[in-house]
Write a protein that binds this ligand. Sequence first.
Ligand SMILES: O=P(O)(O)O[C@H]1O[C@H](CO)[C@@H](O)[C@H]1O
Ligand SMILES: Nc1nc2[nH]cnc2c(=O)[nH]1
Length: 281
Amino acid sequence: MNPQTAADFIRSITDLKPQVAIILGSGLGGLADKIDSPVIIAFDRIPGFGTSTASGHRGQLVFGSIESVPVVAMAGRFHRYEGWSNDDVAFPVDVMNTVGASHLIVSNAAGGVSLKFRVGDIVVLQDHINFMSGVFASDQGAPEKFAAPGCFNRPAMTYDAAMSQAAFEAAIESGFDCYPGTYLATFGPTYETRAEYRMMRRIGADVVGMSTVPEVLAASRLGMRILGLSMVSNVANPDKAVKASHDEVLEAGRAAEVKMEAIVRKVLQQISSSPLQSPPV
Ligand SMILES: O=P(O)(O)O[C@H]1O[C@H](CO)[C@@H](O)[C@H]1O
Ligand SMILES: Nc1nc2[nH]cnc2c(=O)[nH]1
């Protein structure tokens, strides 16, 4: 599906041109209720979008503004473990970019792999490890896609330094714990064994989840500026088997929503007062 077809459908409903796209992870969808003058479009009405099946994901695009910045929020997302391909999961990013978004704030609920994290902590992503699938591979693509020019490139993915800085400032101002970190993406839907959590810690992961990376790679390919935020929904305990549950993940998300909101507002204030400048990397 061509993203322009979906964009044309959206344009028939709203002509708002969002500057910032926001993806709301598990339990974090309530931020969509903070959008001024919302125009809500269900995913299943949009050509090329699937239906969101994971619980805690509303399945709506919400257009409007926050801090006077035009935004579009995805309340819910698609995950590989629901049966979607990388291309399906990333398609909404393409569409939100086509209707105008030049910035992406992508959030998720994630397991805390680093031993310093507590439930509810926020991690500002600096990098990621892709254990989900081949970085450029489209699992539905024809075999020749794998030999396409450029397929051996290192992804140009990079998380935006100035947007990260604004997130840390929001945490200091509002008085909550917020750390830099690396996100590891698994295919899911199972959580990890203790041995897997130990392995992930040893290879440099701070948080682990089942989303975000396909969306970030798409946004990077489109030249969008990216802020990645994880909310620690459960912590990996190396000493005893602690069962993680999706209900616990959703509950932690709702409890941390106020922190996510503080960060989003701060980033948007900075974007509206002066377009965020990133130092060269
Ligand atoms: O990444 P989000 O969508 O926040 O959801 C996270 O929470 C779910 C597991 O409880 C998985 O889908 C994981 O990726
Ligand atoms: N893979 C994975 N995803 C999560 N999403 C929320 N918590 C977790 C977790 O512990 N592991």
